[in-house]
Design a protein around this ligand. Sequence first.
Ligand SMILES: [Zn+2]
Length: 378
Amino acid sequence: MSLTLADARIVTPEGVHEGWLTIEDGRITHVGHGSAPGPGLSVGGRHVVPGFVDIHNHGGAGGSFPTGEQDKAREAVALHRRHGTTTMMASLVTDSIDGLARAAASLSELCEEGLLAGIHFEGPYIAKARCGAHDPTLLREPSPRELAELIKAGRGQVRMVTVAAELPGALDTIRLAAAEGVIAAVGHSDADYEQTLAGVEAGASVATHLYNAMPPLGHRAPGPVAALLEDERVTVELINDGVHVHPAMLRLAYEVAGPGRTALITDAMSATGLGDGDYVLGPMRVRVADGVARLVEGGSIAGSTLTMDVAFRRSVREVGLSMPEAVQVASLTPARVLGLADRIGSIAVGKAADLVVLSDTLEVTGVMKDGGWVTEPR
Ligand SMILES: [Zn+2]
């Protein structure tokens, strides 16, 4: 089975060109300029971009990954796929060790099915002072031995763990993660500049939602933000929903880290795709008003109701990225973080046919995953 998409504006990290591409057995086999050599499905001059890759996502459509419920998780994945996310992680929030192990074991089955790209433990090894929407009573000191058990519970599917670098045991825990092939991320942290760099030196390579849940930039106290932005080994996650981070600070991060070290994430929670109302994030009660999720107790921002198509559009419209830069931060860079850039993350021969068709106003009009339509282009 071969399919040619014609009359496309194909966006790659190198540029945008008018052309066509052919898909066979779920992969991209040809990418060409100008008119397609044979019959094809016209996408009417619309942009075709690679499927989005979201490395930090808690759910959607009423489904919450932290519960580990498979049916609900499937609905969340389906929602995000309709919004163009063809690869996503399931992020768990702080819970008891047993609770985390159970959820990870359950979700590992969806990873094996190819619905999820892995499991992310965002807690419990985070700082009380910066715990955001995580339950402060369940936070723990980082423990390599305990993390090894959690990794085992995830049956080979744990891909990321967030650790606050300043906590006792943090550096050994980061080293254990790196040795196990699990990405160590620093975040939800009260660390200073030097403590953050020590975390990177120990093997941390991702900043969990840069700016959020960490001390701000200060001219005498540069803190984690400066350390994470300037260290070439670190990819910074950014939540571009217009609520979590001001567009000027997004521009600053893009300027310093560049699209090769910047990954858009949603940090989406279960209310994503639904209306305002009352929800939960792990054990915490959350109220969504005007699309903004906050804890009922205390009012901390509790994840987002963002989808990657909106984050992508905002990056072009509000932040000023070019389309080639936007496909890097929404697809290629996060794919590289996951070690999957040889298979996904850009429109290139040999890669999976994970594609999003976007209208002139950058609304999703079609989504393809592994060569099959999730949504046929309108
Ligand atoms: Zn999160």
